[in-house]
Ligand binder design. Structure first.
Ligand SMILES: Nc1nc2c(ncn2[C@@H]2O[C@H](COP(=O)(O)OP(=O)(O)O)[C@@H](O)[C@H]2O)c(=O)[nH]1
Ligand SMILES: [Mg+2]
Length: 386
């Protein structure tokens, strides 16, 4: 074997430049002795060496960028937090790599918060409530981060602005961080981004994370799967007391607050509250023994907020004393892992060019009735039936 082969040269050159700043003499010696061998391919080599070096430099730069962001986030720098969340939301592969490094760097500092989910039909007053309740929390010495989940993705700029103005006080406050929902995406993608953003907000020292569901339908379930406490806002006197909110969502709630209990609406709110109090006792019992609390509030007049905070504090204390607080989070994390596995498997399967052509053939055979959809699925996945 010729030690001064092209390959050996390229490796040594690369090592010298990347890792051995003092290996200069040795490097020159190689160059001299291998000169005749190199002549034909030297240009191509130097090009590929340059590219390799560039890759190493880029990788290092990314690591440095991520490390710097982690330090700034841990120091409570809101601009760094914003930048990192933008990286999480980016579809650019380089940004995604930096984002993952930032999350890894923050994970040890995360988890020390109470995560609240707020849901209810559009117009019930979620954003107004978050503004008032968030400021109430800050008054009590908390630091509050607000994230939103909007799977509908067709949101107009107007409604984003609407939320920002409704949360004006929080947006301006140094102890608050308000982030509108990520751009158009499938619900799964939005959920991932929100979960990862929670980690960063916690590492930045926010001890209360509020997640608003902006869309309706599936988003309640998704938010429920990532929070410690789930608050459902309802309205009184809007005809049917179960206005548009499915029973399943009511059953997920840890508390129900009848909002807009102000002015002429106070009596109706109290009446609705009595009715819901009776209704929650008919729900299947929660495994923790917690019976959902029913309260009234006015997000606009800032009434009933201390009682809601008391309820949340009682809940977390009770869950922590039974060891259920941590257990619930562990269960959520395990579910998240399984969800990710399923979505990655699905993505890999459908992106594989072989599956694509196989799929067309199988679809044709299902259409013609040659095989059942069940058999076709097994064939696609290469599952042997016994
Ligand atoms: N009277 C009254 N109006 C409220 C209250 N909370 C919210 N609103 C109003 O209800 C409308 C919808 O509120 P918003 O917070 O945007 O609801 P969201 O769609 O659930 O986020 C706005 O005009 C608010 O001013 C309340 O407690 N009392
Ligand atoms: Mg809103």
């Amino acid at each position: 074997m010729n030690f001064f082969s092209d390959q050996a040269l390229s490796i040594n050159r690369l090592q010298k430049e990347a890792f051995f700043p003092f290996g200069h003499k040795l490097h020159c010696l190689y160059l001299k002795q291998t000169e005749p061998l190199m002549s034909a391919t030297s240009d191509a080599q130097s090009q590929s060496n340059k590219k390799a070096l560039e890759r190493i430099r880029k990788k290092r730069k990314k690591k440095l960028e991520a490390a710097e962001l982690v330090d700034r986030i841990k120091a409570g720098d809101a601009t760094a937090l914003s930048e990192a969340i933008t990286l999480i939301e980016s579809t650019h592969i380089t940004h995604q790599h930096i984002a993952q490094d930032v999350i890894s760097g923050c994970i040890q500092n995360a988890g020390k918060s109470v995560r609240l989910g707020i849901t209810g039909v559009p117009g019930v007053g979620k954003s107004t409530f978050i503004e008032s309740f968030g400021l109430h929390l800050i008054d009590k010495g908390h630091r509050v981060a607000v994230l939103a989940i909007d799977p509908t993705s067709q949101r107009s700029k107007g409604s984003i602005l609407g939320d920002k103005t409704r949360m004006h006080g929080l947006t301006q406050h140094k102890d608050a961080f308000v982030r509108p929902s990520p751009a158009a995406d499938a619900l799964g993608g939005v959920a991932r981004k929100t979960r990862e953003s929670i980690v960063l907000c916690e590492a930045a020292g926010f001890d209360t994370i509020i997640i608003e569901t902006v869309g309706v339908g599936q988003s309640e379930t998704v938010v429920h799967s990532m929070v410690d406490f789930f608050l459902l806002l309802m309205l009184a006197g809007a005809g049917d007391e179960l206005q548009g909110i499915k029973r399943g969502i009511m059953e997920m709630a840890d508390a129900i607050a009848i909002n807009k209990a102000d002015g002429d609406n106070v009596k109706a709110a109290q009446k609705a509250s009595r009715e819901y109090k009776n209704a929650v006792h008919l729900f299947p019992p929660n495994s923790s023994g917690w019976v959902p609390k029913v309260l009234t509030c006015s997000a606009l007049k800032k009434d009933g907020l201390p009682e809601i905070l008391d309820t949340i504090e009682n809940y977390t204390e009770e869950m922590k004393s039974q060891g259920l607080f941590v257990k619930k989070r562990q269960k959520q994390d395990i579910n998240w892992m399984h969800d990710t596995i399923v979505s990655e498997l699905k993505r890999n399967f459908y992106n594989n060019p072989d599956s694509k052509s196989k799929m067309l053939q199988l679809e044709a055979r299902v259409k013609s009735g040659e095989i059942t959809p069940f058999m076709a699925a097994h064939e696609a996945l290469d599952i042997k039936d016994d």
